[in-house]
Write a protein that binds this ligand. Structure first.
Ligand code: SAH
Length: 287
């Protein structure tokens, strides 16, 4: 099979979101509509230039400016979507998915939900068989998150947002037949959730917390130390982009210096008895 015959052509349709990128890498997100048009200082492009065309097409504005048209990725969407609360950036979202080991079918609790940036990545990772229950204090943020999620992922996601304070507990209705697999926190005092997480997670389950300052991390680690959680780790992700143009290949002058620290720990049941060495394993060679 040739590469070309494997290509699934999916031309742009009305109602779809498109990202336009100009020669200076400025990005504009638009939603295609019959009769619509996109305008900047660099001129106008009627949506009819896009509708029915393939992703990746290069367009010319009325003033001759060149714009590339692609469908936005999750990361593009997060950086452009309407926000209430500060979002977690793509730089940290990828590592969160791995550190918290979010897998297809996982049952998750997320608090707080904010604008729903992290929710979208979590939903994609748990898939249709999984579920994400979000706790959020503010009704306006919850509404925004639901809207953003539906707008990017479509309706009927296994996603529910409840207006409640996770510091007051995790409703047992969220872990009726066993327990939650993962709890992901982006809020100021995650140590106040540790006790509730101990009751809600299954053994081996993972608690992950995103925190902007190291004092908060220290407080959380202290709380985890005095709890059934173990195997705790804390890290930060530094992302340095590079300028690559002809012979000029070097790190970019600017980078995002700091976003937050990631801390993850696993629930280990302290009441589990220690397993003695099995028959045939003598203390001498039990490596
Ligand atoms: N991770 C989100 C942003 C979350 S911002 C994103 O990527 O879009 C933090 C959110 O936590 C805020 O919306 C705040 O209202 C909420 N919050 C703070 N304390 C909370 C609590 N105790 N229970 C539930 N939500 C809480």
């Amino acid at each position: 099979m040739t590469a070309a015959s494997g290509n699934q052509h999916r031309p742009f349709r009305p109602g779809e979101r498109v990202l336009l990128i100009d020669s200076k890498a400025r990005r504009y997100m638009i939603t295609l509509a019959e009769g619509g048009s996109f305008s900047t200082h660099a001129g106008t492009i009627p949506h009819t230039d896009l509708i029915g065309r393939d992703e990746g097409i290069l367009l010319r504005s009325s003033h001759g400016a060149r714009l590339r048209a692609v469908r936005p990725t999750l990361s593009d969407f997060i950086l452009k979507m309407p926000r209430g609360a500060q979002v977690i950036y793509p730089k940290d979202i990828g590592p969160i998915l791995v550190l918290a080991d979010i897998f297809p079918g996982a049952r998750l609790l997320e608090a707080g939900v904010g604008s729903g940036a992290l929710s979208m990545a979590l939903l994609r990772a748990v898939g249709a068989e999984g579920s994400v229950v979000g706790y959020e204090l503010r009704e306006d943020f919850a509404a925004k998150a639901l809207k953003n999620v539906e707008s990017f992922l479509g309706p009927d996601q296994p996603y529910r947002v409840e207006i409640r304070d996770v510091y007051e507990g995790i409703g047992p209705e969220h872990f009726p037949d066993g327990a939650l697999d993962r709890i992901v926190l982006d809020l100021p005092e995650p140590w106040r959730v540790v006790k509730h997480a101990t009751e809600a997670l299954r053994p081996g389950g993972i608690l992950l917390s995103y925190l902007p300052t190291i004092g908060q991390v220290a407080r959380l680690r202290e709380e985890l130390d005095g709890s059934p959680f173990g195997l705790a780790e804390t890290l930060e992700v530094l992302q340095r982009t590079w300028h690559v143009e002809g012979q000029s290949v070097r790190p970019d002058h600017r980078m995002v210096a700091h976003t937050g620290f990631l801390t993850a720990a696993r629930l280990l049941d302290p009441d589990l008895p220690e397993v003695p060495p099995g028959p045939g394993v003598s203390p001498g060679n039990a490596a």
